[in-house]
Design a protein around this ligand. Structure first.
Ligand code: NAD
Length: 473
């Protein structure tokens, strides 16, 4: 049983003013494994004040100094990788292979931003003016539970690289992972107040950060609904905002695709992170003429997918993060059936043999129309929809017929044709015959999937403001 009763403000682990206790539950067993004492709005204000005090000196640090800090942070997180991996599997339920990737991703993003910063010039010319890129001020970083350490480190890396100081509010459901990361980052020995970590509820700590006049910038990853609330709140003080929100990504399988490649790709894209991924390819668009063939291969492949104990190396789908999320997924499956979609794999209830834990059966629907609830709403679980299309034009139309636009996938045996389709998709990222990640490329959404971009130079500039100097030497 882990008791987490400290938050991190001004370079020190301190007892929060907030006194609400929140249970941390292992989603694979439903056992309580820890308890966290949550911060409140007063703690958030103390953290913002510390970050504000630290900003003047920190914003004047040089590039080399900040690169060195990011490298120290990277080394400190690498040193805690095994402990972080254990926390990810225990508290979040990530299958071991995914958990390993998540644990190393947290340190990778720090190193990647160090490299971006090294090659970035803060001064450039525009006509007769000199343009200087200046840090925005204190940044509020608000993150979800589905990749806790990666989001904390990624957002913090970009903020610090720019010369901003930060107040981080991670999800309250990830407090054990946050403790490991906070201890690691503390080891890196940054000046007090440069980053502060206050685990608390969204309605209190998150709301305080979103409204506080001393916060200049919000970088938020989470649901579209909360993103809209933050945007409205931030409007009063005209904060800069980066919002990384939900998705309903299409996987377009073109009629020339080799289904022996397309089906595994579609399943990996759809079930990644146990389906709890904003970029999951949840709408699989398949040519009507080859639908039966695709369905058969899909049903065969899903039969081999194991949803269960995340510590079993054969498992590729772990539990949903909590009961609420499990119930939401069950409800969506029920709605799919009620609205007339046809189950070709999975369905309601736990997988055979699972008595406890928030496990879901890997589920695939066919005969889905794009106006059905399961094709419109983000389910955030391992539930996929196959939607038949007539021709390529129809596929593109369906792919774009969504309020979201985070990511899309195109699968074809003709790369030129696939690229032509990709160019017509309204999404921040389109992956052609691959699931590869490119950390230097911008990441973010079109439409209601968000505002702004993260990663690489675009991510760094999200924490900077251009200032034009005219007539200076
Ligand atoms: P959420 O929106 O409920 O919460 C995200 C964070 O916001 C949490 O820390 C929460 O405490 C905080 N929050 C809640 N209410 C708030 C408020 N009123 N003011 C300020 N902060 C508040 O999302 P979640 O359930 O934690 O995560 C799942 C969602 O995140 C999904 O919709 C998913 O698509 C999205 N997501 C997006 C990306 C991306 O990069 N686009 C990545 C991962 C997850």
């Amino acid at each position: 049983m882990q008791i987490i009763d400290k938050i991190y403000i001004d370079g020190a682990f301190v007892t929060p003013h907030g006194d609400e206790l929140f249970d941390l539950v292992n989603p694979s067993t439903e056992q309580v494994i820890g308890r966290v004492r949550l911060a409140d709005a007063e703690d958030a204000r103390a953290a913002i004040a510390a970050a504000k005090r630290a900003f003047p000196a920190f914003s004047r640090t040089g590039k080399a100094e900040r690169v060195a800090m990011l490298r120290r942070m990277h080394a400190a997180v690498v040193a805690k990788e095994d402990e972080l991996f254990e926390a990810i599997v225990e508290e979040y339920g990530a299958p071991v292979s995914r958990g390993r990737w998540m644990a190393s991703h947290a340190s990778d993003v720090l190193l990647q931003m160090a490299n971006t910063l090294e090659n970035y010039s803060f001064v450039r010319r525009a006509g007769s003016a000199e343009v200087v890129m200046q840090p925005l001020g204190v940044a509020g970083l608000i993150t979800p539970w589905n990749s806790n350490a990666g989001f904390i480190c990624g957002k913090l890396a970009a903020a610090l690289a720019a010369g901003c100081t930060a107040v981080i509010k991670p999800s309250e459901m990830s407090a054990i992972q946050t403790r490991v990361i906070t201890e690691a980052l503390h080891e890196a020995g940054l000046p007090a107040g440069v980053f502060n970590i206050v685990t608390g509820r969204g309605e209190t700590v998150g709301a305080e950060i979103s409204s506080h006049p001393d916060i200049a910038k919000i970088s938020f990853t989470g649901s579209t609904a909360v993103g809209k609330t933050i945007l409205r709140t931030a409007a009063d003080t005209l904060k800069r905002v980066t919002l990384e929100l939900g998705g309903k990504s299409p996987m377009i399988v073109l009629d020339d695709a080799n289904f022996d490649e397309a089906v595994p790709l579609a399943l990996q894209a759809g079930f990644m992170n146990s389906g709890q991924a904003c970029i999951a390819g949840t709408r699989i668009l398949v040519p009507q003429a080859r639908l039966a063939e695709f369905e058969q291969k899909m049903a065969d492949a899903v039969a081999d997918i194991q949803s269960g104990d995340p510590r079993d190396p054969h498992t590729s789908i772990g539990p949903m993060v909590n009961q609420k999320q499990w119930e939401r997924v069950q409800r969506c499956i029920r709605i799919g059936v009620d609205e007339g979609a046809r189950l070709i794999a999975g369905g309601e209830g736990r997988p055979d043999g699972a008595k406890a834990g928030w496990f879901v059966r890997p589920t695939v629907f066919s005969d889905v129309r794009n106006d059905m609830t399961i094709a419109r709403e983000e389910i955030f679980g391992p539930v996929l929809s196959i939607i038949a299309y007539r021709d390529t034009e129809d596929a593109i139309r369906i792919a774009n017929d969504t309020p979201y636009g985070l990511q899309a996938y195109v699968c074809s045996s003709d790369a030129t044709r696939a690229s032509a389709v990709a160019s017509q998709i309204e999404a921040g990222r389109v992956l052609v015959n691959t699931l590869a990640h490119e950390p230097a490329a911008p990441f973010g959404g079109f439409k209601q999937s968000g505002i702004g971009r993260e990663y690489g130079t675009f991510g760094l500039e999200a924490f900077l403001e251009p200032k034009s100097l005219l007539g200076s030497v």
